[in-house]
Design a protein around this ligand. Structure first.
Ligand SMILES: *[C@@H]1O[C@H](CO)[C@@H](O)[C@H](O)[C@H]1NC(C)=O
Ligand SMILES: *[C@@H]1O[C@H](CO)[C@@H](O)[C@H](O)[C@H]1NC(C)=O
Ligand SMILES: *[C@@H]1O[C@H](CO)[C@@H](O)[C@H](O)[C@H]1NC(C)=O
Length: 332
């Protein structure tokens, strides 16, 4: 009985050894196969890299490398591998981090001559200066703004509302606007040709004007002339926001760049090659603390513009180290 059991266990041990041996062979084969596949892929990747003297010459991939959120980091490698496989030029969905580093030499001049400026814009410490982006010829729009904000502004002498415009090419129209500026004393104008509300020049001149004339005001509020806000909610926001190095507004998440020239917000690849915008603060209404305005204006000449002022402001803020506060759209 004992013998039998020993014999049996010896047989089992032999059997186990054979099985182990088989497993070892299988494992070794597997490792070798993996190594060979790795070598093949790695070498061909290396070859690809060598052959790709100029990656710019490859056709652009019809997908982008998903680099927009840290938790999706793993997708980046997959996407790069796919680009390698398809032998196409990879492009990240949003700019890589070094995109935001300001240039060491000025890339924008922003040296337009001042044409109109309110006479005593910030004679005392103001809570906020609201600057409405409008066009020279939009007389009716400005009249409407003055009227609809009158009660609010009368109740808050520490808040002022001004308009910013460029020069109109039509000298009859421009002369009318100049007269209007003298009468109402609320128009800021610089000598660049009138542009629409997506123009970064107008925004840059707003930053400059505020830095030079109103840096003792606590906040700059930028509004597009087609946007209406609830003054009470705006006041709440001004009370809630951190008073220093703040750039706040409603967030535009994961917006695709429009490339169709029929679209008002179209931006072509030569000016911005990435398929998506970084999450940016909407230009309809945003609030910037005084110190951040100065910081942004100082950096503005060194950060290449994109023709959407709000997307540019976010790029500028990233480059200048101004913190963005995303507040829900609660002004309407
Ligand atoms: C506009 O004003 C300028 C300067 O006052 C004047 O020389 C010019 O003739 C005016 N243009 C028109 C079309 O009225
Ligand atoms: C110039 O502006 C005046 C005043 O708004 C307008 O009557 C005139 O038609 C404009 N001229 C052109 C060429 O647009
Ligand atoms: C807005 O102005 C910019 C600069 O002048 C111009 O490139 C762009 O085409 C304009 N957009 C619209 C919709 O007029």
């Amino acid at each position: 009985m004992v013998m039998h059991r020993v014999k049996h266990s010896t047989r089992r041990a032999r059997h186990a050894r054979r099985k182990n041996c088989k497993l070892t062979i299988i494992a070794a084969t597997f490792v070798a196969a993996v190594w060979m596949i790795y070598q093949t892929v790695f070498n061909s990747t290396m070859m690809d890299k060598v052959n790709r003297k100029n990656i710019e010459e490859l056709p652009k991939c019809n997908f982008c490398i998903r680099n927009f959120a840290m938790r999706l980091k793993s997708y980046q490698d997959e996407d790069y591998a796919m680009a390698d496989l398809r032998n196409c030029r990879p492009i990240t969905c949003v700019p890589p981090e070094d995109y935001y580093i300001p240039s060491t030499v000025p890339v924008n001049m922003f040296d337009f001559k001042p044409l109109l400026s309110p006479s005593e814009p910030c004679e005392r410490a103001m809570a906020a200066i609201i600057i409405v982006h409008t066009r020279s010829e939009s007389w009716e729009t400005r009249a409407h703004w003055r009227e609809s904000n009158k009660a609010f502004l009368d109740s808050r002498p520490d808040i002022k509302l001004y308009f910013i415009i460029g020069r109109s090419e039509n000298s009859t129209a421009w002369n009318l606007t100049t007269e209007e500026g003298k009468v109402h004393d609320d128009i800021i104008a610089y000598d660049f040709l009138e542009q629409n509300n997506t123009s970064p020049s107008k925004t840059a001149m707003m930053l400059r004007w505020f830095s030079e004339h109103c840096s003792n005001a606590r906040f700059l509020v930028k509004v597009n002339d087609g946007t209406y806000y609830n003054p009470q909610k705006l006041l709440y926001a001004l009370e809630d926001l951190p008073p220093s190095m703040t750039f706040a507004g409603k967030m535009n998440y994961h917006h695709e760049v429009k490339r169709n020239s029929a679209d008002e917000e179209a931006v072509f690849e030569n000016l911005y090659p990435y398929p998506y915008w970084p999450n940016y603060i909407s230009g309809q209404l945003y609030i910037i603390s005084s110190d951040a305005v100065t910081t942004l204006w100082t950096a503005a000449p060194y950060v290449l513009t994109v023709p959407l002022e709000d997307a540019w402001m976010t790029i500028l803020a990233q480059g200048a180290g101004v913190i963005r506060n995303f507040i829900p759209d609660r002004f309407k």
